[in-house]
Design a protein around this ligand. Sequence first.
Ligand SMILES: [Ca+2]
Ligand SMILES: [Ca+2]
Length: 308
Amino acid sequence: MKKLLLLLFVGLAVVSCKKDDEASLSLDMPTSVDASSNFALKVELAWGAVTNAEGYNIYRADESFEDPEGLDYTLVGTSDTNSYDDLSVESSSAYYYRIEAFSGDTTSDLSAPVAATTITITADEAFDVLAEYTGGRRYDAMSAVEVPDIIIDVITEQAVEGTDLVFLIDNTFSMSNDIDEVKAALTDIISNLPANNRLAMAVYNDANEDPDGWYDWFDLTEDYSQAQTFLDEISVYGGGDFPESVYDGLYNTVDFLSWGSDTKRMILVIGDAPPLEGSLTTRTLSEVVDICNDMDVVANLYPILIGG
Ligand SMILES: [Ca+2]
Ligand SMILES: [Ca+2]
């Protein structure tokens, strides 16, 4: 009987210890959540750090409603720190966010819903964000006349020996006043590019206007004459509405090419229009950023915006 009581006590002690551990792991609900409303293609979130949190889950409701507590929230990302940039939003939209702290299997209550909105998309912001989140840099050309100098700057500043270099060009009709300058610049650059690099080229149009022919490319090669042949055959056409298939064109370019450089992988995007979004694009901004960053060596984007 004494033994049984002792076992019972030990058992109780274990149970109460376990309870204490669980209690000590309780996490406060995140507070002071701040959500941006001044970008088109992202929402920047920040909140007060929660003691003992290992990380945070970011939940979003894709609608605006008078009772945000009653909306359906889905997980859009996690963060190790008390901030997060959500790139999986669309321009001109309204959202609600709630943040949850976690540590192991323990989670906090969801923070109170916080509203965020996005503004109208511009090529300006899109080219900026594409460069920023892929470790590249964005360049501006007031007109196509400036493009040759800019391309030489990009290559001089960024390329190293053994670079994989890709020119990705918008070939929609709005580029018609710029394409001759761009082609002349690239012809010049191709003929002066040092050996021991690999070069590829691709064009994108509007996949909704021309589902079969909107994208064309050839693979990375040390034989620069292939780039020249491809370049000579580029002609501008179509495009329909102002935005073009920037995301789909970029995604294909990262996905299709036989990247091999261990030192530098560069895509120079030359365009004048913002990306298509929503149902008009297959790939999203966050998918483009993810595939660039998932490459064995990151594929850096260097967007050159003409007439921005
Ligand atoms: Ca266009
Ligand atoms: Ca278009």
